[in-house]
Design a binder for this molecule. Structure first.
Ligand code: HPA
Length: 284
């Protein structure tokens, strides 16, 4: 149920074309890149000559999970007319909240429809790789789709049997190259991790049996989003790449935090992510 007590399936659907037409009325220029931010991840504040649209005005509905403000900001990284123009979507809709696939993919579909060439997606994720630490940033080099609605009728076995999808594009390579440069230049910039992300439905965190299974499937992190955005962009002209903020690591003796802890760890990592995105956007 939503805040208004309505079933999520009753949320009025707005098409991506309608969302783009609403954006164009306020901002006629197509950005160089878009960013979709997950739980508590906040980057690219203080854009120049910016405009802000609420998700309510844009999509007809606002996200309800804490840490998601539900706004789109469009602005430039600097004050010059040739400085990179970025669209930052703060917040997303999740399947675990009861939203439809159309609704959870609407942000990415809007970016594609708008003709934005690059999309950076972020999420909060649990670390499965025991070399990971809380606050690490993991660039997705692949992902497993364990959340698409089709598995409800087919069962999860085909998802488990399928190989991971590789995230291979120039932006993913650039994330890794620029991340390595930053780590070499500044000792406070922790080296980036990379690995395979498993997208599960949630809303509960995983059982230990699921964690064991995901490790056997060579997954490095687990979360409840991002796969819809990657799937939408796969068959489009928008190059999509993704970064996970590791907010907890699945170790036998580790105490798991709740949503507050997730927000705390995301905040510390956001500063490094901010540096990374700004550098990527200015480097040709
Ligand atoms: N599992 C699923 N989603 C998450 C996790 C996790 O461990 N941590 C943050 N989001």
């Amino acid at each position: 149920m939503s805040k208004e007590g309505k079933s999520m399936t009753e949320v009025i659907q707005i098409s991506a074309a309608e969302a783009v037409s609403r954006i164009r009325k306020t901002y006629p220029v197509i950005p160089d890149a878009a960013v979709i931010l997950g739980s508590g991840v906040n980057v690219l504040e203080g854009l120049q000559n910016s405009i802000v649209l609420s998700y309510t005005d844009l999509f007809g509905h606002a996200p309800s999970v804490a840490g998601h403000s539900g706004t789109l900001t469009i602005g430039r990284l600097g004050s010059g007319a040739s400085d990179p123009l970025v669209a930052v979507f703060r917040g997303r809709f999740h399947l675990y909240e009861g939203y439809s696939w159309d609704m959870v993919s609407l942000g990415a579909r809007t970016v594609v429809e708008w003709g934005v060439p690059n999309l950076f997606v972020t999420n909060a994720a649990g670390g499965l790789n025991l070399d990971f630490n809380v606050g690490d940033l993991m660039v997705l080099t692949g992902y497993r789709d364990h959340l698409s609605p089709k598995w409800k009728s087919e069962g999860l076995l085909p998802a488990v049997m399928a190989p991971a999808t590789v995230c291979a594009n120039k932006q993913t390579e650039k994330l890794l190259t620029v991340g390595a440069k930053l780590a070499g230049e500044d000792s406070r910039f922790r080296a980036l991790k990379q690995g395979v992300y498993a997208g599960l439905l949630g809303p509960s965190y995983e059982t230990m049996a699921e964690i064991d299974m995901l490790r056997k499937l060579n997954c490095d992190a687990v979360g409840m989003s991002t796969v819809p955005e990657l799937l939408v962009c796969q068959s489009s002209k928008t190059a999509c790449c993704a970064v996970s903020v590791i907010t907890n690591v699945w170790k036998p003796d580790e105490v798991m935090g709740g949503h507050e802890e997730v927000l705390e760890a995301s905040k510390a990592a956001s500063r490094r992510l901010d540096l990374l995105f700004r550098r990527i956007l200015v480097e040709k």
